[in-house]
Ligand binder design. Sequence first.
Ligand SMILES: *Cc1c(COP(=O)(O)O)cnc(C)c1O
Length: 415
Amino acid sequence: MGRDIMKFNTALLHQQFDSNTQNGATITPIYQVSAFAQSSAEQLEKIFNNKAAGFAYTRISNPTVDAFEKRVAAMENGIGAVACSSGMAAVTMALLNILEAGDEVIAGSGLFGGTIDLFGDLKAFGITTRFVESVTAEAVAPLINEKTKVVFTELIGNPKLDVVDLKKVSALVHKHGIPLIIDSTTATPYLLHSFDYGADIVVHSSSKYINGGGNSISGVIIDSGKFAWDPERYHGFADYKKYGKFAYLAKLRNGIWRNFGSCLAPMNAFMNTVGMETLGLRMERICSNAKQLAEYLESQKDVTVNYPALQSSPYYDLVQSQFGGKGGAILTIRAGSKEKAFRLINHLQFAVNATNIGDVRTLVIHPASTIYTHSSEQQKRSAGVYDDTIRVSVGIEDIDDLIADFAQAIEQSKE
Ligand SMILES: *Cc1c(COP(=O)(O)O)cnc(C)c1O
């Protein structure tokens, strides 16, 4: 049975994959070991040289991690996936697999703070990033030159909540022979299968919605297998041409990912596999909660709200056409002043004040004093972060309780 006849939630549970199960285990168990003994020196030689399937060492591959990778790849309709120790490791490895000194990246200036910082770190290695306020075909086109090797963006910016028109942007970059890497952490394949809209590589911080319970840091890179890596332009791919559509994944696994050592722990892979089975259910509930909470907040005169699925959002039409009207789990509130924002956060009973998103619990944070505390005023503006901004990652609580909680907190935060 293939995905073509299964819908999203059924596929999350029943899609066929080699799950390395034994004794009838319904989920691949945790192979909490570092090394895998083989029957002969010949067999270990074959495994090391990609001539036989099997496992040698957990930094390179592990059955529990392998099962998670296969399920994520199937969920995104990709040809394969590589799991990483964190979302940041996934972003870093996805980029370093194709970049070299002298190359340029085009990225949105409203990206996740850690990713913006990473582009700063890459300067020391001769890699330059050109930022655009919003990743649109019009903004990106003038920045493309012969050094441009990749365009990187988030599908729904965190916390700016700008939405990228994937079809338009991917059509433009492909015309120039450049791949599009999408960080789909906040959208998840529940909202959109990015490969159907022209993305070439997708990365996730699976610490967030894929895991869903806020219990493991991890990341994952998924390849569509559709981008033709021309070794004339992507020099490192000369030796990997023989792998055909698997060239990107083969290079990653045999090169920078393996050697950086940013592998995923088997325990965390297991937690993610358990979590992702309910991704569809959680996202359905979370998107519905977020929309109702956003509508309630919009009706309150003491705060303003930004949520892409609200009619007042500039992204409303795109959310309808690209995501079928669903706006994801994150909204931002402007409370009027930093003091009011702090009071509002402190009065919330159910929403937990923590620096994370994608938990089953509703989480809130004041980004300007935490995640963006080291950013310049310009960087904060570009990310849609003001002194009075509160980011809300909506959870699966009963919506009446959530609305009541925000109502009392807003009331009590007035002077
Ligand atoms: C959290 C996050 C990351 C980084 O992921 P970690 O698992 O924390 O390393 C990257 N991109 C986005 C959009 C995120 O929200």
